[in-house]
Design a protein around this ligand. Structure first.
Ligand code: NAD
Length: 242
């Protein structure tokens, strides 16, 4: 399978180039980035990605939108889209197959399912708190993955009162709450724990991402799954058969 890597000069692009180099089933026919680099044969014309079966995109929203016109199929890992951008992606998915996910790590997607199952079994009697930890350069909090976990659990429990951190005399914890807590420091790649705290026991589901290779490997898995599928907007849960 021929792949193009968009955002090739970035952190994820480099992780993808490394993952693809170790994968016999894929060959990189195009490394694309708005910023050309001397050490890589990077092209800056989005039309160049047309030669690939699947484009792996980890750029910025404007980069993704420009590539949609040229790609035969696309794995979108870029985040930060507006509602209007999402509309453009949904429109493009009528012509080409697209897998889009805010987190391509297979372990994280497994934890989505485990947390949903735990919420269904444990139900209202267990208080839910979500902890996440990331490196000091991360600008947003809580992480998109923590919010996604919260949404999944809220849907399973049919309750949604998100609380972001706690301080001061707030009174007792209300059962409808789902609490979020963010830790920032050093070079932590990404950690998420969901705590289900009941009377007499506590269940914790944790995933720790130790390197960006986990996102790159998940994105490559999505690209292989996508190749030859009919046009539609797919999620990572489709790729993993969840
Ligand atoms: P980065 O800043 O290191 O790399 C982004 C690259 O894209 C840069 O080299 C930049 O020159 C290039 N770029 C920017 N605008 C462009 C455009 N218009 N056209 C072409 N190239 C453009 O960032 P990163 O850490 O590699 O992350 C990239 C994106 O992927 C972010 O949106 C991030 O949130 C997302 N991300 C997603 C996952 C996931 O699993 N879905 C995992 C990690 C990062």
């Amino acid at each position: 399978m021929k792949v193009a890597i968009a955002g090739a000069a970035g952190r994820m692009g480099r992780a993808l180039l490394e993952a693809a180099a170790g994968d016999r089933e894929v060959s990189v026919v195009c490394a694309f980035d708005a910023a050309a680099g001397a050490d890589l044969k990077i092209v800056s014309d989005p039309a160049a990605v047309a030669q690939a079966d699947v484009v792996l995109d980890f750029t910025r929203p404007e980069g993704t939108l420009a590539l949609l016109r040229h790609a035969k199929a696309m794995v979108i890992g870029t985040t930060g889209f507006t509602e209007e951008d999402r509309g453009c992606i949904a429109e493009a998915a009528k012509r080409i197959p697209i897998v889009m996910a805010a987190n391509f790590a297979v372990g994280v997607n497994t934890v989505y399912k485990l947390a949903e199952t735990a919420a269904r079994i444990l139900g209202e009697a267990y208080d839910v708190e979500i902890l996440e930890a990331h490196h000091r350069h991360k600008v947003d909090a809580p992480s998109g993955t923590a919010l996604q976990l919260g949404e999944i659990i809220a849907a399973a429990l049919k309750k949604k009162d998100f609380v972001f951190g706690r301080k001061g005399m707030l009174g007792e914890r209300q059962p409808r709450q789902i609490g979020f807590h963010a830790i920032r420091g050093g070079d932590i790649v990404g950690e998420h724990t969901v705590i289900f705290a009941g009377a007499g026991e506590r269940v914790e589901v944790t995933v720790r991402s130790q390197s960006r290779a986990t996102y790159a490997n998940g994105a490559l898995r999505a690209a292989k799954w996508l190749h030859g599928r009919p046009p539609a907007l797919y999620a990572m849960s489709d790729v993993l058969g969840l």
